[in-house]
Design a protein around this ligand. Structure first.
Ligand SMILES: Cc1cc2nc3c(=O)[nH]c(=O)nc-3n(C[C@H](O)[C@H](O)[C@H](O)COP(=O)(O)O)c2cc1C
Length: 263
């Protein structure tokens, strides 16, 4: 960050948060987790509805979830490696296992795809995983499902019936939680990979009707390791700030956004 004036407290905190992908096994005291969640509730919310829930997985619960996610993932990988007749059967089985609550983006919109590719190239390059190294990439996904070794896994559920706005609120909550953790010397990684299957999490927690698994997160103390030295490609504010029209021109907005939440 290029800055000539001293950093504010906020800048020191927010620039120090990075997605952390290897944790020590040092446990996090339950009261610290409670405090972080309480702090995260300083996030704003649509009509103050708080349309989300969070599940905290530690110990055996976390290990069971991890084992089930890994099992499902490996089943898909096994299906891919078989001869085609078995493959078809394997894929059918794997597809029946693929049950995310929200649609996971597979093909990215054209204007965002570049950033996704740049991130993947930079991250796998940092890890020394070649583009052709399928097993290396799969191992990274497996590490995701092991919570990168973190002692705490969090799962965020968003209320249906609010369109995109419950997910928006959950995002405010998640980011505030990540900063609250950072302020206590703890690190995090938000993880879409932990939301590919909701059943293993639903089997452990009483998820109320109308709540869908949106995202997972690892929480713990960062390990002093190579992967945690990774910095993603930077985005400048200029890329995102819209220019103003001269007068009158511009595309008419589409009547409704195409973003779909829910299957
Ligand atoms: C909703 C969401 C889902 C994410 N899912 C994953 C994931 O499954 N695995 C992973 O390693 N990182 C995941 N990330 C981390 C992003 O890759 C990361 O935030 C981005 O590259 C910017 O890096 P930074 O968090 O270090 O600033 C996710 C982030 C968000 C916000």
């Amino acid at each position: 960050m290029a800055k000539s004036t001293p950093l504010t407290h906020f800048q020191t905190l927010t620039y120090s948060r990075r997605s952390t992908r290897e944790f020590t096994d040092t446990s996090v005291a339950p009261e610290v987790i409670d405090e972080i969640i309480q702090d995260a509730l300083t996030a704003p919310s649509w009509s103050n509805t708080r349309p989300y829930r969070v599940a905290v997985a530690t110990g055996e619960v976390k290990d069971r979830i991890s084992a089930k996610l890994l099992g499902r993932f490996d089943e898909i990988m096994l299906a891919r490696s078989k001869k085609w007749t078995d493959r078809v059967k394997g894929f059918a089985k794997a597809l029946s296992l693929l049950r995310s609550d929200f649609r996971i983006p597979v093909v990215y919109p054209e204007d965002l795809r570049r950033r996704q590719i740049d991130l993947a190239k930079a991250l796998y390059g940092h890890l020394g995983v070649e583009r052709s190294d399928v097993e290396g990439r799969n191992n990274f996904i497996r590490d995701n499902m092991r919570f990168f070794g973190a002692p705490v896994g969090l799962f965020f559920f968003a209320r249906t019936g609010m369109g995109v706005y419950s997910a928006l609120d959950a995002g405010h909550f998640m980011q505030t939680l990540m900063l609250a953790a950072k302020a206590r010397g703890l690190d995090t990684c938000a993880q879409g990979f932990l939301a590919f299957w909701s059943k293993p999490i639903r089997e452990e927690f009483d998820v109320p009707r109308g709540y869908k698994l949106l995202c997972g997160m690892s929480l713990g103390y960062a390990a002093d390791s190579h992967i945690n030295l990774f910095f993603p490609p930077a985005t400048s504010g200029q890329e995102l700030v819209l220019g103003a029209h001269e007068r009158g021109g511009g595309e008419a907005p589409s009547p409704r956004d195409e973003v779909r939440v829910g299957p």
